[in-house]
Design a protein around this ligand. Structure first.
Ligand SMILES: NC(=O)c1ccc[n+]([C@@H]2O[C@H](COP(=O)([O-])OP(=O)(O)OC[C@H]3O[C@@H](n4cnc5c(N)ncnc54)[C@H](OP(=O)(O)O)[C@@H]3O)[C@@H](O)[C@H]2O)c1
Length: 257
């Protein structure tokens, strides 16, 4: 085997990361770029991804920014087209962007909320996978990483529709692993636990909820965005060449407690 560290190198690879303007997506985009990949950063707001891209470019990294709302399929397809036009193809896709506009028991959610959550968290990722398929296949394969959640494995109270969307994302990951494996395309899901980002601020800023989590956390602390980067880097790189259809926890041990 070649030097194991060589297998984590991403030089010559092109990655798209959605939800890359902050939080877990920004951390993963930085990690992939520092490992040598050219990275397309995306979120709804061009200025927001421009800012993160400029910070990475100032480090000498090869990145570009392209805004796309994951609930608008024409924008999702345009994102894939922009990446392919600029860098010549796509090898790595990280479906990280997500939304959760409602909290509470499921009967309080309506059709509009259901459609919005499923569009952004599940249909958009499916369409983006579909849009990069031909390019990945032509480049002898690729790696798709879908950022799901522990809620996709076991629903957390108050986030039912979100949990449904994240369970669907795990299933999408497994279906892609099955259907595209012979094209050399791998797909794996990461299920973070409670990570301190803007997305989850309503949880980690609530002391009662934090105490409940800490009681169930073998590692005894909440997660940070950087805690997800190593796993994403592993799954993006040839180091994980025999991993597909996997569901990887990054939850501080929450699910086994
Ligand atoms: N934080 C946690 O505890 C936790 C736990 C489990 C799973 N996750 C998952 O981790 C992923 C990242 O979350 P995070 O915690 O890093 O959240 P975050 O810090 O709030 O970042 C969310 C990112 O998604 C973008 N975004 C939001 N809506 C979008 C849309 N409709 N289309 C395109 N981009 C959109 C945001 O940028 P703009 O506002 O510029 O669009 C931002 O870049 C999500 O899939 C989330 O479900 C998080």
């Amino acid at each position: 085997m070649t030097d194991i560290w060589q297998r984590f190198q991403l030089a010559g690879k092109v990655a798209i990361v959605t939800g890359a303007s902050r939080g877990i997506g920004a951390a993963i985009a930085g990690g992939l770029a520092r490992a040598g990949a050219a990275v397309v950063l995306s979120s709804r707001k061009q200025e927001a991804v421009d800012k993160v891209a400029a910070e990475l470019q100032a480090e000498g990294l090869n990145v570009m920014a392209h805004a796309a709302h994951m609930g608008r399929m024409s924008e999702v397809e345009a994102l894939a087209e922009a990446a392919i036009a600029h860098y010549g193809g796509v090898d790595i896709l990280v479906n990280n962007a997500a939304t959760n506009p409602v909290y509470g028991p499921i009967q309080q959610s309506d059709e509009r909320a259901f459609d919005k959550i499923i569009d952004v968290n599940l249909k958009g990722p499916f369409m983006l996978c579909r849009a990069v398929y031909a390019s990945m296949k032509a480049r002898d394969g690729g790696s798709i990483i879908n950022i799901s959640s522990i809620g996709g494995l076991k629903p957390e109270p108050g986030i039912g529709l979100y949990s449904i969307s994240k369970a669907g994302l795990i299933s999408l990951t497994q279906v892609i692993a099955q259907d595209w494996g012979r094209d050399g395309i791998r797909a794996n899901a990461i299920c973070p636990g409670l990570i301190r980002t803007r997305f989850s601020a309503a949880l980690w800023q609530n002391d009662a909820i934090v105490q409940r989590f800490l009681r169930h956390l073998p590692l005894g602390r909440l997660g940070e965005a950087d805690d997800i980067v190593g796993l994403a880097l592993f799954l993006a790189s040839p180091a994980s060449a025999y991993c597909t259809g996997g569901v990887f926890l990054a939850d501080g041990g929450y699910m086994v407690a």
